[in-house]
Design a protein around this ligand. Structure first.
Ligand SMILES: Nc1ncnc2c1ncn2[C@@H]1O[C@H](COP(=O)(O)OP(=O)(O)O)[C@@H](O)[C@H]1O
Ligand SMILES: [Mg+2]
Length: 313
């Protein structure tokens, strides 16, 4: 349904996205996950035909975004990061305006506006001025305008940013409804967002795809390993190196100056025992030891290495 090939965008000398390749099949709900500045919005703008790439191509339902922009725009509903909502318009007036812009035949406009109001649960406010609506309702107006031409594909760029938890839950519920009848790409820097709404995840960092898998697959991959937390009274580089050389240990990290170590391991049954024996024999004062399996958040942090940019809701 969507085919992205070698997509590249430079802003002046700055390489925002760097040779992206991915496809989205009909009916899929794909999460495009990455920290701020990763290149998500840039990619969404190019796929929807609002910006030209520096290199590469995008095909939607077989049509090239730049050779057949009308064919493509008919098939896509786009919720931009900052929705182009004209705040001095009434909700129904605005949706009618967008429907006309999108080339909905005039005899169909009223019913399409109605159905987009219905899908987004906006009937009760359709005669209100957009500027008098809460942020959650405005976001729904943004989604309603994406739906008003009844497109097969929805591209939603950070649909819940800036909303309160109740509004976030409402928008997620709405996405659950929409996924039944649409192909969806949802971009977000918030991990729980993809966990809530997507079946496949593409993780992007600094303009490159760093992982691509089903939600299940990514979680499974990671749960094969373990992280063991150690707290040592007398930590030293020598101790860290000796742990690193044990069979089944992938990586040892000294987390702070207080002797807390993270030991990432392969799936090895007796490692916990060998590790505790090893540390006890060294006589360094083992204060604490516990293990945990990786979760999706660990994967994301690992792949993007940018803890500070990640929001945890
Ligand atoms: N119009 C622009 N001019 C110059 N640089 C830009 C512009 N838009 C985005 N960038 C840069 O491109 C990179 C990717 O931005 P963006 O696609 O907005 O990322 P995301 O949506 O993942 O936060 C960032 O480094 C950003 O600063
Ligand atoms: Mg963005």
């Amino acid at each position: 349904m969507i085919e992205v090939t070698n997509l590249t965008k430079r802003y002046g000398p700055h390489l925002a996205i760097d040779g992206l390749n991915f496809t989205v099949a009909k009916g899929e709900v794909v999460g495009f996950l990455g920290p701020n500045g990763a290149g998500k919005t840039t990619t969404m703008k190019i796929i929807t035909g609002y910006m030209a790439p520096s290199d590469g191509s995008v095909k939607v339902a077989g049509f090239d975004v730049f050779e057949n922009p009308v064919e493509v725009k008919q098939r896509i509903g786009y919720l931009p990061e900052v929705p182009p909502v004209y705040t001095d318009m009434y909700v129904n007036e605005y949706l009618t305006f967008v429907a006309k812009l999108k080339g909905v035949p005039s005899e169909k406009i009223a019913s399409m506006v109605d159905s987009s109001l219905q899908k987004t649960n906006l009937q009760e406010v359709h005669k209100r001025l957009i500027k008098n609506l809460s942020k959650g309702f405005r976001q729904r107006v943004g989604i309603a305008q994406a739906l008003v031409s009844d497109p097969e594909i929805l591209i939603l760029d950070e649909p819940t940013v800036g909303l309160d938890p109740k509004q976030v839950a409402e928008i997620r519920h709405l996405i659950q409804e929409l996924r039944k009848s649409h192909t969806i790409i949802l971009s977000t820097h918030i991990l729980p967002e993809v966990q809530a709404s997507c079946e496949r995840i593409i993780i992007i960092n600094r303009g490159r795809i760093v992982a691509e898998d089903s939600l299940e697959g990514l979680s499974r991959k990671m749960s094969r390993g373990q992280r063991i937390f150690l707290k040592i009274r007398r930590n030293s580089k020598e101790l860290v190196d000796s742990i690193a050389s044990l069979d089944g240990v992938r990586k040892v990290e000294s987390v702070d100056g207080n002797g807390v170590l993270h030991v990432d391991t392969d799936e090895t049954e007796d490692l916990l025992e060998r590790l505790s024996d090893h540390v006890v024999k060294k006589g360094v004062g083992l204060l604490e030891m516990r293990s945990s399996t990786f979760n999706l958040e660990d994967i994301f942090l690992k792949l993007t290495g940018s803890e500070s940019h990640i929001a945890k809701h």
